[in-house]
Design a binder for this molecule. Structure first.
Ligand code: AMP
Length: 202
């Protein structure tokens, strides 16, 4: 079973993807995490995307498409994938459709976490303050200015994929402003019937 978690930065996609991993044995594929790993390893790709990510801009489509294509064929993705932070443009969504079709796989659902932008800025400021209080260093792109740019990127380039998935009937909207465990229960209620259908089909 393959799912997409959609929503602006800070909507809680990563948190919910981890819960779905545990509950349903799926694999979270976060392009943001993969790009940060490239940076941490000091690869050429990591160096190329560093400034783009720190500004909060999107990296070029082909970079993330190639990363996802390589990762999806690994054995730990066999039970299915939760795409977290991918696709972020219509071109990425089209490439994903093609990749899944080539493997004979389908998307079970696209779950949009619907959130309020001002609420996200408050969440970010709270999280950064908590990290600093705990002696941790926040990410370079965890500033209000960068978040505002990332939200603008989301509105301009990612939000257009919502009608793309609405047309397929796969889009499910979930209010992401509620407590983590409440959102988690709503997502699980959506995913569980799909998962049992997928298991029966095997
Ligand atoms: P994230 O952790 O998903 O918010 O991603 C952090 C940053 O990585 C984003 O602000 C982008 O610069 C870059 N990034 C992650 N995923 C993508 C994607 N699918 N397309 C383009 N850029 C991405």
């Amino acid at each position: 079973m393959n799912l997409i978690l959609l929503g602006p930065p800070g909507a809680g996609k990563g948190t919910q993807a981890k819960k779905l991993e545990e509950k349903f044995g799926l694999k979270q594929l976060s392009t943001g995490d993969m790009l940060r790993a490239e940076r941490a390893a000091g690869t050429d790709l990591g160096k190329k995307v560093q400034a783009i990510m720190d500004r909060g801009d999107l990296v070029p489509d082909q970079i993330v498409i190639d990363m996802i294509a390589g990762r999806m064929s690994q054995s730990d993705c066999a039970r299915g994938v939760i795409f977290d932070g991918f696709p972020r443009t219509v071109a990425q969504a089209e490439a994903l459709d093609q990749m899944l079709a080539e493997k004979g796989h389908k998307l079970a659902a696209v779950i949009e976490l619907v959130v309020d932008e001002n609420g996200l800025v408050d969440r970010l400021n709270k999280r950064v303050a908590e990290m600093k209080a705990a002696g941790q260093i926040p990410r370079a792109d965890d500033t209000e200015e960068t978040l505002r740019n990332r939200l603008a990127e989301y509105r301009a380039k990612t939000a257009p994929i919502i009608p793309y998935y609405e047309k397929t009937g796969l889009l499910k909207k979930i209010d992401g402003m509620r407590a983590i465990d409440v959102v988690e229960k709503d997502i699980a209620a959506l995913v569980a019937p799909q998962e049992s259908r997928a298991a029966q089909a095997k």
